[in-house]
Design a protein around this ligand. Structure first.
Ligand code: UGA
Length: 459
């Protein structure tokens, strides 16, 4: 099928490349010429495992352009995957969505086109986009729209760092539309994913447990709410385990055992119960804020979602408090931070706990030394005032430091030769911000092991 994807961020690019891999003819439109030039040269503007490889394999089905007129006319499906950053009041900024809808309305020219909201957009956006499309179509074509297009919502559930995997092997596909014809078109588009009939890429084989993928078809508003409900639930699951972790600390329980013993209850599930400095990234903070802001429009408050946000912010502050308890004075101390990305396997720094923690330490008079195996380059560009604190190597982070905090659990940090660093530090204090290190082993090596959540047993 002929498909157009507007916006080449994590969601748009992954969607476009995966659909091209599945055999569709995909044109990706982005107004950023620099990005389009990179993509035309076969290089991805973001770090995402296997994206380059898949883009290479699907190159014959992929076109990148800054011109809507090259992608929209004749497309059966147009995905809108533009950014929707937060405004100060928590509502998402919809100006890019409006611009995209206007441009699509002007260039739509086919028998029937489904315009799909893929970005996470406030509830009601489907109707809003439909009215902009209609206005723009009618202005440009000087006639009334008569069933040439319909709007659908197809929320995205991929995680950064495993975006390709999540797109090819999803837990479910949700399609919301008030027009039955759209459902039929999107059903055809996703058929190979729904029945898992495509040949899996050699570098990303199909997991054994993956069978037919459930399709959830709903009205527009329900699909839009499913996305927010899912993200807010995951966010509060993390905050919940972090809250229990604090109590574990007080009563002398081991939070990792508590999380395991709780999560094995199939009704709860063991994923997203990893305690630590809390969530970051472009989604959980933004989407929980948007959900609360939407509810407020209806004079409704959401205490559970609000509390999840409060607990998350507390976790970041807790990293500083833990070191303060141990070192007593932070002024003049050298504190190393391992990891800057909001989680491993991505170079995304949006709402990263590491940046907040670094700023809180600096505000207390400490000197920070920062390291990340992949995100350092992006950090230099996006955080220029902190860039001077970047270290070239892990050795530098430990050298003469008063404490080192593991903030992002990159696999390479888990396999460090910890014995080598203990003698390099001024005081060998490790704060395990993700509860992933072995406290017994580190203690044997001579470190003082600290953790954000409780794990004092045997230490
Ligand atoms: C999240 C959702 O997981 C996706 O389903 C959704 O599509 C996406 O948002 C989105 O709305 O676009 P993402 O933000 O890429 O995906 O990353 P996650 O893997 O969910 O991690 C989010 C944060 O939670 C990270 O900072 C991670 O370190 C933290 N986390 C995760 C924990 O602190 N504990 C856990 O147990 C799991």
């Amino acid at each position: 099928m002929k498909v157009c994807v507007v916006g080449t961020g994590y969601v748009g690019l992954t969607t476009g490349i995966c659909l091209a891999y599945l055999g569709h003819e995909v044109t990706c439109v982005d107004l950023n010429q620099e990005k389009v030039d990179l993509l035309r040269g076969g290089r991805s503007p973001i770090y995402e495992p296997f994206l380059d490889e898949l883009m290479h394999e699907a190159a014959h089905n992929l076109t990148f352009t800054t011109d809507y007129a090259e992608g929209v006319p004749g497309a059966e499906v147009v995905f809108v995957a533009v950014q929707t950053p937060s405004l100060p009041d928590g509502q998402p900024d919809l100006r890019y969505l409006r611009m995209a809808a206007e441009s699509i309305g002007r260039t739509i020219d086919g028998e029937f086109t489904v315009v799909v909201n893929k970005s996470t957009v406030p509830i009601g956006s489907g109707n809003w986009v439909e009215s902009i499309l209609r206005e723009s179509f009618e202005q440009f074509h000087s006639r009334r729209a008569a069933g040439e297009f319909a709007v659908a919502s197809n929320p995205e559930f991929l995680r950064e760092g495993s975006a390709i995997h999540d797109t090819l092997y999803p837990d479910r596909i949700v399609i919301g539309s008030d027009n039955p014809r759209s459902l039929d078109v999107l059903n055809r588009l996703y058929r190979a994913v729904l029945n898992q009939s495509f040949t899996a890429p050699t570098f990303l084989p199909r997991p054994e447990e993956v069978g037919a993928v459930p399709l959830v078809s709903t009205d527009l508003a329900s699909a839009e709410l499913i996305k927010y409900a899912a993200n807010a639930f995951l966010a509060l699951k993390i905050s919940y385990i972090n809250e229990i972790g604090k109590l574990a600390n007080k009563v002398g329980a081991d939070i990792n055992q508590v999380a395991r013993g709780t999560g094995l209850d199939a009704r709860i599930g063991s994923r997203f119960l990893q305690p630590g400095v809390g969530w970051g990234g472009s989604c959980f903070g933004k989407d929980t804020a948007a959900l609360i802001a939407t509810a407020a429009e209806y004079s409704y408050d959401m205490p559970i979602v609000s509390a999840a946000r409060v607990v998350n912010q507390r976790q970041r502050e807790e990293a500083v408090n833990k070191l303060l308890d141990e070192l007593r004075i932070l002024k003049g101390r050298k504190i190393g931070l391992l990891g800057l990305a909001f989680k491993p396997n991505t170079d995304d720094l949006r709402d990263s706990p590491a940046i907040d923690i670094a700023r809180l330490m600096i505000a207390r008079g400490a000197r920070v030394k920062l390291h990340d195996p992949i995100a350092a380059e992006r950090f230099r560009v996006e955080e220029p005032e902190l860039a001077a604190s970047l270290c070239e190597s892990v050795d530098e982070v430990f050298d003469d430091s008063d404490a080192v905090v593991l903030v992002t659990e990159w696999p390479q940090y888990l396999e460090l030769d910890w014995g080598k660093y203990v003698g390099l530090m001024r005081t060998p204090i490790i704060l395990d911000g993700r509860n992933v290190l072995d406290p017994q082993r580190l203690s044997r090596l001579g470190y003082t092991y600290l953790t954000i959540a409780g794990r004092p047993v045997g230490l």
